[in-house]
Design a protein around this ligand. Structure first.
Ligand SMILES: Nc1ncnc2c1ncn2[C@@H]1O[C@H](COP(=O)(O)OP(=O)(O)OP(=O)(O)O)[C@@H](O)[C@H]1O
Length: 611
């Protein structure tokens, strides 16, 4: 039976069911003892009560008299007054003790001292190789970086690259070192380490993997898919594909992009060719988005990754977030469990495991993973999903001050070190909902900001803001979001890069990785929710050591949280930029007109949608 009663703190406690829960304080033995003694006492009380009932009438009367005078106790012995109460209290106290001994406290909402869990990171994460340099002061002439093939040096010069950025001069030799004995076997026959690179936006990570991958494959004889680069968006894949194409040009290596920009059949044709002897790979390097890649692994006959040597995961933290698409499982099964794998192959394919005598008997073709991101997670559980082998981490920071420790957006409570571009100047602009569009127009019209990339938090806001600015006039404006077809998106980015668009209003579709050289200023029209989003958005400017401005519009209610988020992240020097309402006044009449025009446009669009 469960009996509810109040304990001292007023919380309700339940007498536990026998055998279901354990006594709260006493050991089982002590509890049994207490129970036994209480049973004895109760028996004694019952006995005495019975005796009391059996008294002769005379005795009863004298007892009653004595009781009336308050002088009788339960034993029939005459005591001092109040003896009954005392006894009742003693019994109650005893029962409470007994019940407490046999009960658990539910709730327990009082403050408890919780011991802080000390996080212990794996050594490779806790002790990264730090590239502690700024871009401009630490350019390394390309000839000074050891191991680069003369052919590639020539290509670099052709592409106007005279010096390497710090992260490139560190990462390129590290990767090249792992292929110093050719790409078919690791050094000494061992599986090479996977390499993770965490470096700020615009620090040149793309070239840091393009150069060593192309160099490693320069000597290949048969065309097979040996490098696979996976990226989260089509635009990024296209960008990376362009860089690869610039460096494989004239080498005989082939790069194929599979992102869904072309029809599936066209991509299949580009990947494999059917001959009388079977299927022949047409690609050495495949640049892909995860969904389309899985489609080809499943549905393209002859497309195989069994010769894959490099798996490059760009924007790695974002790609980890998309692990639920299971793309890595498909890649692994295509690499290690290919149906047409030949057991008599000189180089075996086995997933990396412990080094044993048996494992070193046959030469193994290793699969090396290369991870790149400006906001690489330091969460071991997340990284574990990638199945990294003896990874090493290269982290680039400009200064201790700019070392950002944050990963609050995921709420995972783990610390990561991010850093922002050296040439970035950041401001926040206090505003209210009505003044937001006016401030944006003021920046563009009065302050004449050229080439502005403006971020909103949704495609609806992007579209309306675009319509509003268009209706206002005087600004060459475009929008970029999933409302546009891939072709329109490509065209828009091109025009923006060519300077034909002054203001590009975008969702977070352009927040990551997109490299548009002329972006002078980023405006967060809607404040980003997470530090990672902020870092990628503002990283569209101040690239490659250039200067750039970032403005974040903040409503009063957002100010504290946002500034705290940046402060927690250790982001220095966010300055306040006030725009006084008097300065916006001259825009008001035209703005009112634009608003009513916007209403008409929205109505028209709605009626078109439901027509
Ligand atoms: N050694 C170099 N010399 C001159 N320019 C370079 C060099 N390396 C890269 N760049 C240029 O710097 C810009 C940024 O490079 P990249 O896009 O690789 O940066 P990133 O680190 O990948 O940035 P994000 O994290 O935003 O993706 C590009 O325009 C690129 O052409």
């Amino acid at each position: 039976m469960r009996v509810a009663h109040s304990n001292v703190s007023g919380l309700v406690s339940l007498e536990k069911d026998a055998g279901k829960t354990e006594p709260r304080r006493e050991s089982p033995r002590a509890a049994r003892k207490i129970k036994k003694s209480s049973r004895k006492k109760r028996a004694k009380e019952v006995e005495q009560a019975e005796e009391h009932m059996q008294d002769s009438p005379a005795e009863k009367r004298s007892r009653q008299d004595a009781e009336a005078e308050g002088n009788a106790d339960a034993d029939g012995q005459v005591r001092g007054s109040g003896g009954g109460e005392e006894q009742a209290m003693a019994v109650a106290a005893e029962e409470t003790t007994l019940l407490e001994a046999n009960s658990i406290v539910l709730g327990g909402f009082g403050k408890k001292v919780v011991q802080k869990v000390q996080r212990v990171l794996p050594h490779w994460l806790a002790q990264p190789k730090l590239v502690h340099k700024g871009i401009k002061q630490n350019l390394v002439p390309i000839q000074n970086v050891p191991g680069i093939h003369p052919r590639l040096l020539k290509k670099l010069q052709e592409n106007n690259i005279r010096s390497f950025f710090p992260v490139q001069s560190e990462v390129i030799p590290t990767i090249l070192d792992t292929v110093s004995h050719g790409f078919l076997v690791g050094r000494g026959g061992y599986q090479p380490s996977d390499i993770c690179v965490s470096a700020p936006t615009g620090s040149g990570k793309t070239l840091a993997f393009v150069i060593p991958v192309v160099q490693a494959l320069l000597e290949r004889v048969v065309c097979q898919v040996r490098a696979l680069v996976v990226l989260p968006t089509k635009e990024l894949a296209q960008q990376v594909c362009k860089v690869f194409s610039a460096y494989v040009n004239g080498t005989g290596l082939r790069v194929v992009m599979v992102t869904g920009q072309k029809s599936f059949a066209k991509e299949q044709e580009a990947l494999v060719q059917k001959t009388i002897a079977g299927y022949r790979s047409q690609a050495d390097i495949v640049v892909a988005t995860p969904g389309r890649l899985v489609d080809h692994i499943e549905q393209t006959p002859g497309f195989s990754l069994k010769h894959l040597r490099f798996l490059v995961i760009d924007e790695a933290d974002r790609m980890i977030d998309s692990m639920n698409q299971d793309w890595l499982t498909y890649v692994n099964s295509s690499v290690f469990h290919a149906e047409d794998s030949n057991p008599s192959m000189l180089f075996t394919r086995k997933e990396p495991g412990p080094v044993t005598a048996a494992s070193t008997c046959l030469p193994r073709l290793p699969l090396q993973k290369l991870l790149f991101s400006a906001t690489l997670t330091h969460n071991p559980e997340k990284l574990q999903q990638l199945g990294l082998y003896k990874p090493c981490l290269i982290t680039s920071v400009y200064s201790e001050r700019q070392k950002v420790t944050a990963e609050r957006e995921t709420g995972e409570g783990t610390e990561s070190s991010y850093s922002l571009p050296e040439g970035l100047t950041q401001y926040y602009v206090p505003c209210n909902l009505n003044s937001k569009p006016l401030i944006l127009l003021y920046f563009l019209l009065a302050m004449k900001f050229p080439c502005v990339l403006c971020f909103t938090n949704s495609r609806e806001v992007s579209h309306r803001l675009f319509l509003l600015v268009q209706a206002f006039g005087g600004v060459r404006v475009s929008e970029f979001s999933s409302r546009l077809t891939p072709g329109e998106r490509r065209r828009t980015l091109k025009e923006f890069e060519q300077g034909k668009i002054q203001l590009l209003i975008s969702t977070d579709a352009t927040a990551r990785g997109i490299d548009i050289k002329g972006v002078k200023c980023v405006i967060n029209y809607d404040a980003p929710q997470y530090i990672r989003t902020y870092i990628h958005r503002v990283g569209r400017t101040a690239r490659a050591g250039r200067a750039g401005l970032a403005f974040t519009m903040l409503l009063k209610v957002q100010e504290q949280r946002f500034l705290q988020m940046l402060k927690d992240a250790g982001t220095p020097g966010l300055q306040k930029q006030l725009v006084k309402s008097e300065r916006l006044k001259y825009l008001l009449p035209q703005y009112q007109e634009a608003l009513s025009q916007l209403q008409t446009s929205v109505k028209e669009e709605r009626s078109e949608m439901f027509a």
